[in-house]
Design a protein around this ligand. Structure first.
Ligand SMILES: Cc1cc2nc3c(=O)[nH]c(=O)nc-3n(C[C@H](O)[C@H](O)[C@H](O)COP(=O)(O)O)c2cc1C
Length: 131
């Protein structure tokens, strides 16, 4: 069972205590509470709270491979794409969805190459600088 919509570290702890297999840190693409906390900020707190082992996924606002890179560096095991899939679908059907995924993965690959990260395990927080 995967529980989606987690934005608070206490809820993440409760979810894993209750036996979920994974959580998705998400503000549902910013479509629920206006001015909600950014999912990326919540991701940092959730990962710090639950430790390195539990599976933590993330979505809301991932648009490029560089966005994916940052989320992975901040502790996501993987990310979900919401609206980009739909944009690809509207433009070119199934091929458009494939193109969206291929482009995001190519951007991730490029970003990793440029920063010297050979594997996903090398994508760590040390590669980021606080703005
Ligand atoms: C039109 C639309 C409808 C959605 N409906 C739901 C929903 O019923 N339940 C839900 O958990 N998330 C819903 N979402 C949120 C998505 O599942 C997903 O979390 C979000 O789109 C990810 O953000 P992104 O679009 O910025 O990638 C919806 C998103 C869109 C764009």
């Amino acid at each position: 069972m995967v529980l989606k919509g987690i934005l608070h570290e206490d809820d993440a702890r409760r979810a894993f205590d209750a036996g979920v297999d994974a959580v998705v840190v998400s503000n549902h693409g910013g479509r629920q509470v206006d001015r909600s906390i950014a999912a990326l900020d919540a991701l940092v707190r959730v990962r710090e709270a639950v430790g390195p082992e539990p599976t933590v996924l993330m979505d809301s606002g991932v648009r490029s491979g560089a966005d994916l890179f940052v989320a992975l560096a901040l502790g996501a095991d993987a990310c979900l794409l919401g609206r980009p899939h739909v944009y690809g679908l509207a433009l070119d059907g199934a091929a458009g969805v494939s193109a969206v995924i291929d482009n995001v993965l190519a951007e991730l690959d490029l970003t990793m190459g440029l920063v010297g990260a050979a594997t996903i395990a090398d994508v760590t927080r040390e590669l980021l600088v606080e703005g």
